[in-house]
Design a binder for this molecule. Structure first.
Ligand SMILES: Nc1nc2c(ncn2[C@@H]2O[C@H](COP(=O)(O)OP(=O)(O)OP(=O)(O)O)[C@@H](O)[C@H]2O)c(=O)[nH]1
Ligand SMILES: [Mg+2]
Length: 337
């Protein structure tokens, strides 16, 4: 019996981080490492030529298979069988250690380009970034060999808006990219009218999409401090933080203080304490456990740093804090996607 050459294996290259699942079905593979492969459809059984097969064996094979063909020169062949056909869904979840999140125009892409060799599009209008951009942060030169390496991949994500978890803006399309990140960096435009409100919108969107995101160590970058408005805005920041005229110059520190106080000490659910930072009574533990956790019940930021990523102000301090957050979760296992 003769068989022809086997057909070529069809390999479809996909980016690292691709999840392969059956359309509306089970996940077949999560390709998180370079070189990972998965067989999604087997090739068919090849056809066989019976030309040189002795007559009695040929008759036997022909009797066994209904799948027989005679060509013009009376050569007998059995047909091959078609290969498997599958419908798949390929979902990309980028593999990055750090995810940059914030409202559109906050300066996420500018930040990425300031500390890595990535050159994403940057522009003064919302939704400049439509797909995640990745950049590689080098190790900390201050550390010697064999010490903790803070090399990390950063993902700059498209801007978030209120209702993103429901699909508004670019919606859920990119919130899933945070799944594999260990550390989150919130980029906040400190020159905006109400940066605290902006920051809360983003945290709230993360919470609504996946509350686990709020448990991860995070750093808040108050960006654009080169703009005078950041330091001299005589309007109140929020209703709780009305700044009298003579304190207006200290807007930035008040902003940092207010943001760093949103949340609880790690390991201490705010609900366990009767008083919050402002001395207000908070709900009892039982009440919070029974209901949904609020932003204040999740950990506070590791750090709130002021920077201008465009003018390279505060970059060292920012990197120090991002590296500290990375170091903190260095040994922690990533949650299963
Ligand atoms: N003055 C000042 N402008 C900045 C700073 N960082 C970013 N910008 C400007 O802010 C605008 C938006 O910057 P991007 O980096 O594109 O913002 P983004 O957060 O990536 O925006 P999206 O991709 O739309 O979500 C650009 O015009 C930047 O030049 C900063 O530190 N200071
Ligand atoms: Mg961008």
């Amino acid at each position: 019996m003769h068989s022809g050459f086997a057909g070529e294996t069809l390999r479809i290259p996909v980016p690292v981080g691709t999840v392969v699942k059956r359309k509306k079905g089970a996940v077949l593979a999560d390709l998180t490492h370079p070189g990972d492969e998965v067989l999604v459809a087997r090739g068919g059984q090849g056809g066989i030529s019976l030309i040189d097969v002795p007559e009695y064996k040929r008759r036997k094979a022909m009797a066994l298979s209904p799948n027989i063909m005679r060509d013009a020169s009376d050569k007998v062949l059995t047909h091959g069988q078609p290969g498997e056909e599958v419908s798949l869904e390929l979902i990309l979840r980028v593999v990055a250690d750090v995810g940059l999140v914030g409202l559109p125009n906050a300066g996420k892409s500018t930040l990425l380009s300031a500390i890595t060799l990535a050159r994403p599009d940057i522009a003064d209008y919302p939704f400049t970034t439509l797909m995640p951009n990745l950049g590689r942060l080098g190790g900390d030169p201050a550390l010697g060999a064999l010490q903790f390496s803070s090399e990390a991949t950063l993902a700059d994500l498209p801007g978030l808006i209120e209702g993103a978890h429901l699909g508004k803006g670019l919606g859920r399309n990119f919130l899933r990219h945070l799944r594999r990140t260990r550390v989150i960096v919130h980029v906040v435009d400190a020159a905006a009218d109400d940066p605290v409100h902006d920051y809360k919108i983003v945290r709230e969107e993360l919470r609504m999409y996946n509350p686990q995101y709020l448990e991860r160590p995070y750093v808040v970058v108050l960006n654009k401090i080169d703009l005078p408005k950041v330091h001299f805005n005589f309007k109140s920041l929020t209703s709780n933080y009305c700044l009298p005229y003579f304190e207006a110059h200290d807007r930035l520190s008040s902003l940092a203080l207010e943001i760093s106080s949103i949340g609880c000490e790690e390991g201490h659910d705010k609900s366990a304490s009767k008083d919050d930072l402002n001395g207000h009574q908070v709900s009892s533990e039982a009440e919070v456990e029974g209901g949904e956790k609020e932003l204040g019940d999740y950990p506070r930021p590791q750090a709130v740093v002021a920077a201008s990523v465009l003018r390279h102000i505060g970059i060292d301090e920012m990197l120090k804090e991002i590296r500290a957050a990375l170091r903190k979760c260095f040994d922690h296992k990533l949650p299963e996607p």
